[in-house]
Design a binder for this molecule. Structure first.
Ligand code: HEM
Length: 159
């Protein structure tokens, strides 16, 4: 989480709000941060950057001490497992719509295909749409995107 202090908001952006974690089961806060805060990482980099960074963090960030996760580009994604996960989340009160509850696997495959095509369009490798890396990218690109920029305050009409 991005803490509400200047040096955090300068580096990572808007501080985290409680409501942004309300549907996390389990919540994924850590007690110790080693790398940069990831709560506002959604949209910061193209998908291909994440593919390269997870495969070999030193390829995007030369002196990174982050471990590599190369198997995420090879391991198959268990799409069927999404069905049970969504049903459990819905039971816990996450407001999924009927489409998500009834067709979670088809929707996840569609999203994975889209991400795979975008990686290819960014000159990345083909065939990642069935791999675990696309689920991780889908998650990372969503992070911190729930709150919207507040509208400009309108000038006061009366004192
Ligand atoms: C699945 C697990 C992980 C994911 C998805 C992940 C993801 C990321 C992402 C997206 C960044 C870029 C942040 C930015 O530039 O704003 C990053 C950076 C970093 N991460 Fe991780 N990370 C993971 C595990 C770890 C672990 C276990 C460590 C340390 C032991 C670590 C240490 C770092 C460090 C030092 C950086 C900054 C240098 C760099 O960009 O590589 N990360 N990580």
């Amino acid at each position: 989480m991005v803490r509400p202090i200047w040096m955090e908001t300068e580096r990572y952006g808007e501080y985290s709000k409680a409501g942004e974690f309300v549907y996390d089961h389990p919540f994924l806060w850590g007690s110790r941060r080693i790398g940069p805060d990831l709560h506002r990482v959604g949209g910061k980099y193209p998908h291909l950057w994440h593919v390269q960074h997870m495969e070999d963090p030193r390829s995007t960030t030369p002196r990174s001490l982050m471990p590599a996760y190369p198997w995420t580009l090879e391991a198959e994604l268990d799409f069927e497992a999404i069905r049970g996960a969504i049903a459990a989340m819905a039971k816990l009160g996450v407001p999924y719509g009927s489409d998500e509850i009834e067709n979670p696997v088809a929707l996840a495959r569609l999203q994975a295909k889209q991400i795979g095509l975008e990686i290819e369009a960014q000159q990345g490798p083909a065939g990642l749409e069935s791999k675990q890396i696309v689920a991780l990218i889908a998650y990372l690109q969503r992070l911190g995107k729930d709150i919207q920029t507040p509208p400009e305050a309108s000038p006061k009409s009366s004192p």
